[in-house]
Design a protein around this ligand. Structure first.
Ligand SMILES: Nc1nc(C(F)(F)F)ncc1COP(=O)(O)OP(=O)(O)O
Ligand SMILES: [Mg+2]
Length: 214
């Protein structure tokens, strides 16, 4: 069971990716991103060309091993069965994924992150026992085909103004130049896909983002 303060710290620079997001080997991209200073990783094998079944599991195992070697928590997106098979540190679920209550029953006190686009969804997730909220999309994103309209950082300030105290990570189009505004709005951290996975050098990109956050 991760302490809330450790989870807040881990949410600082939250890297999310799967093989479709990478121009080179995902294993190398992750290694570089960790060396650049990412603090948490989510394996999100989704979208055009995403691996399935045993291939997806095999890549997941390799990326989990890299995280373990660097002491970085490893989260799996959507796929609760895979999370159980790999015994991951946690899972992330959206509003259309398996309900929070049944996920909690399956994974015990592992980390459960829930996507929230409104104060109402945030409150529901808090009451349901989520450990952190993924709030966004803050800015327009190309990394998620079915993303909702960008909401700007006010969606985070509104949640804090309405008494949502749970750890929050912003998501959606976050990168150089807008990362700090997400923290100033009240998020504990930022999550990124293309800002690191799509960069020429993932280590340099991660380090630059980390610097912008301090
Ligand atoms: N994967 C995510 N991770 C986060 C995190 F908080 F971790 F940054 N926040 C939000 C999402 C989006 O989750 P969801 O709405 O189910 O869409 P998808 O499964 O396509 O990612
Ligand atoms: Mg999902």
């Amino acid at each position: 069971m991760i302490e809330e303060k450790d989870l807040r710290a881990a949410l600082k620079l939250y890297f999310i990716m799967g093989s479709p997001n990478c121009q080179s080997r995902p294993q190398q991209v992750l290694e570089d991103a960790i060396n650049g200073g990412v603090t948490l990783f989510q394996f999100r094998e989704k979208g055009k060309g995403a691996l399935k079944g045993d291939e997806k599991k095999a890549l997941g195992e390799e990326l989990q091993w890299i995280c373990k070697n660097h002491g970085i928590p490893f989260i799996v997106n959507d796929d609760i069965d895979l999370a159980l098979e790999l015994d991951t540190d946690g899972v992330h679920i959206g509003q259309e994924d398996e309900p929070l209550e049944s996920v909690r029953e399956k994974i015990g006190n592992k980390i459960i992150g829930v996507s929230a686009h409104t104060v109402e969804e945030a409150r529901q997730a808090v009451n349901g026992g989520a450990d952190y909220l993924g709030v966004g999309p803050i800015f327009p994103t190309k990394s998620k085909e079915d993303a909702k309209a960008a909401q700007g950082t006010s969606v985070i300030t509104d949640m804090r103004k309405n008494g949502i105290r749970l750890p929050i990570v912003g998501i959606g189009g976050i990168g150089r130049g807008n990362a700090k505004s997400v923290i100033e709005a009240g998020a504990d951290g930022i999550s990124v896909i293309s800002a690191i996975a799509g960069a020429g050098d993932a280590a340099i990109a991660a380090a630059a983002l980390k610097k912008e956050l301090t």
